[in-house]
Each structure stands twice: as C-alpha cells, then as structure tokens.
Design a protein around this ligand. Structure first.
Ligand SMILES: Nc1ncnc2c1ncn2[C@@H]1O[C@H](COP(=O)(O)OP(=O)(O)O)[C@@H](O)[C@H]1O
Ligand SMILES: [Mg+2]
Length: 365
C-alpha cells in the first residue's frame, strides 16, 4: 500500500447535538479515483467539507500527507471542489471564472493566461475564453467548473454530485471524460454520488455509506461480488434478499429448504440475510430447478430480460436472463452454491472482518 494522502482517524461530526458522521476512518491513496456512495443525508457532503476545510471535525483527526490539518483554513489546503450547481460567477466570462483562484493568488498575468488556457484545453473548451457563462450549456458550465478546479493545480479534486443535473446521455459522456481526465493527470479524485451504476463505472475504490458510517469499502468488483450486508447488497445492484437460518457451516435454510453454500463461521441457527444476484439464477424445467416458481411478469431491459416469479410460498424472485419466459408458466429456478451470499443483518465491514478473523483463529486451534 502506498502512503495515504488523506487519512481520517475516527472522525465524528455533529451539528447541534445531531451526529452526522459517526467514527469514520479511511485512507485515501494518491492518484486514485474514490467514490463516496450512499443515499441522501448519509454524510457524503460533510466528508468533502471536512477535507476541503469548510467544516472542522467534532472528534478525531484529519491528516494530509501525515500532518494533522483539522484547523488548517480552506485556502491553505491543496484541494479544490467542483459543486453540483457549478457555483460559477454569472457576471464573469469563462476566462475570468477559471482565472478566479489564480488572481487571488496574485500570479503574474502571463502565467495566469497560460494556466487558464491549459485548463480549458483539458476540458475541451479551447477558444471559449471570452464566452459569457449565460451562453454556455449545462454540460459546458460543468466543464468550466472542472477547469477552474484544475487551474489551481490541486493535489485532490473533490466532486460533489457534479453530474446529477445533466441528462442521461451527457452524464454518461462526462463519466468517461472525468475518468479519462483523472487517469491522464494522475490527481486524486474524490467523487460523490448516490447513483450506484455511476460509482461502479468510474471508481478505483468505493466507500458505501449509510447513516454517517462507512458500511463497506473496496473495489467495485469486491463490493458487487461480496457485499457485507443487506443494505450494501440492495444499494449496489438488483438483488434477491431472502431471510435464512445458518443450520451449520456450509448449510443455509431458506423458506424451509436447506441449501449447500460456501459460507461458514456463523453461530448455529444464526438468522442471516441471503443474497442471490438475479443474473446468477437460471430458469430450467421444474424437475431440474431448486425452487419452483410461477412467472408473473417480465421486462425487456435492452441486453437481458428481467423476470419476476413467485414461488409456492408467495416469495418474489427476480431473475435476469437473455431468454424470454412465458408468463403464467411454472419453472424451476437454479443457482450454484457460490451464488448464495450469506450476511448477518446490519453487520458493517469492520464487524464482518472481526467475525471472520475470530472464526479463522478458532478453526486454526
Ligand atoms: N450545517 C449543518 N447544520 C445542521 N445539519 C446539517 C448541516 N450540514 C449537514 N447537516 C445534516 O447532516 C446530514 C448529512 O448531510 P450531508 O453530508 O449533506 O449528506 P449527503 O451529502 O450525503 O446528502 C443531513 O441530515 C443534513 O441535514
Ligand atoms: Mg450532498
């Protein structure tokens, strides 16, 4: 692991007695694309404000290159923020918007011109220097805001839901561009979104948040394949989440039927959440399936069909497959043992790691 550029050590933040961040710790490594992902109100913007210096922590330390920066003012941090509403100055033209921070630093005129031109080139707005902000489209304004952040040559760029005001097509285009820009420049990006697909597509690393706590951190593939709890499984992608009982190691019971699984280390008869991804279920004949279910409805989703079935006990099963089903038909649903993911209700990553560690210790004895 390389040296972290930012470190949060047990950060809590309260506003008038209300705890908005609760004992949050993480490392941000240099040159990577990080995403804070979570529902509205979970504390994402508060984390960015603490990094930028617009807020101070109630408890804990923020380190920047190993130095505590809790009280360092925003303008002395090598961090720039791109806001959702762009926060451009409507009475200034494109050049003056991008040059704003450089003029405050009282840089030489020629230096400012070079830096602004370079920044505009990076976001593909060469030649737009003299345009008024009011003449720019939403996507172009977003680019100006990004250029303004880049012109200051920060070590970290914070992006607070920067694409959420754009329409879908433009948003997808900007996702590619931002990712490409980050890789080309090698600057650390910390990006905020509540959109799981955006997070999966863009990030090297994702922190999934809920209620002021990080639920899980990892690469997009890690988080998608091995969610630590029901919240993460549900938030990241479509899922079948079924209540289960861990009868013993490698055996879980769902809806009264026992299945072989690949998980162990739970207490006997522990109540668990069982997650099965819709793309891991295949539709077969009733005799070949593990569960019989009746096809209730299906939607064509472009690449696959999303099929909704109900088993004999009335439980819903969502399946994604490239083959069309027949509505009203009873089919067999099949899945591998590896497709069954077991988690304890509400367990966070830290608790998960501790449980696995203690299980491994016991098994080694
Ligand atoms: N300055 C503030 N004063 C009081 N409450 C705040 C303040 N800033 C944020 N909050 C509250 O903190 C919680 C987290 O806010 P925020 O970090 O903006 O969430 P997110 O960006 O994930 O939507 C919300 O409940 C919000 O109302
Ligand atoms: Mg926010």
């Amino acid at each position: 692991m390389t040296k972290p550029i930012i470190k949060f050590e047990n950060i809590s933040k309260s506003f008038n007695e209300t705890k908005v961040l609760n004992d949050v710790s993480f490392d941000i490594e240099e040159g990577r694309f990080y995403t804070l992902l979570g529902p509205s109100g979970c504390g994402k913007t508060t984390i960015l404000k603490l990094i930028a210096g617009f807020e101070t922590p109630t408890k804990g330390n923020i380190l920047f290159n190993d130095k505590v920066i809790n009280k360092v003012p925003a303008n002395n941090r090598k961090v720039n923020t791109v806001f959702q509403d762009y926060a451009l100055f409507p009475h200034l033209n494109v050049f003056d918007n991008v040059a704003f921070g450089l003029k405050i630093k009282k840089l030489n005129k020629n230096v400012i011109k070079t830096k602004v031109d370079e920044a505009l080139k990076l976001v593909k707005l060469e030649g737009y220097q003299n345009r008024e902000i009011s003449e720019m489209s939403g996507g172009q304004k977003q680019r100006v805001a990004i250029a303004r952040a880049l012109a200051n040559e920060p070590e970290i760029i914070l992006l607070d839901e920067p694409l959420s005001a754009l329409d879908l097509k433009l948003r997808t285009e900007m996702q590619y561009e931002l990712r490409e820009l980050q890789q080309r420049l090698g600057i650390t990006f910390i990006f905020v979104t509540h959109d799981q697909e955006e997070a999966l597509a863009m990030s090297d690393y994702i922190f999934v948040m809920k209620d002021g706590k990080i639920q899980q951190s990892g690469t997009p593939v890690d988080i998608y394949d091995e969610p630590v709890n029901k919240f993460v499984a549900d938030f990241i992608g479509e899922s079948n989440i079924v209540p289960g009982i861990m009868r013993q190691d490698y055996e879980v019971e769902m809806y009264g039927i026992s299945y072989e699984c690949v998980d162990a280390g739970f207490k006997k008869d522990a109540k668990v959440d069982v997650v099965i991804r819709p793309e891991d279920i295949t539709i077969k004949s009733v005799s070949e399936g593990r569960v019989s279910a009746k096809v209730d409805s299906q939607l064509f989703r472009g690449v696959h069909y999303e099929i909704c079935c109900y088993d004999e006990q009335g439980n819903e099963w969502i399946i994604q497959t490239t083959k069309k089903a027949t509505i009203g038909e009873t089919v067999g649903l099949d899945f591998d043992s590896e497709a069954i993911h077991i988690m304890l209700p509400g367990e966070t990553e830290e608790e998960f790691d501790r449980r696995i560690e203690s299980y491994e210790d016991e098994s080694n004895e």
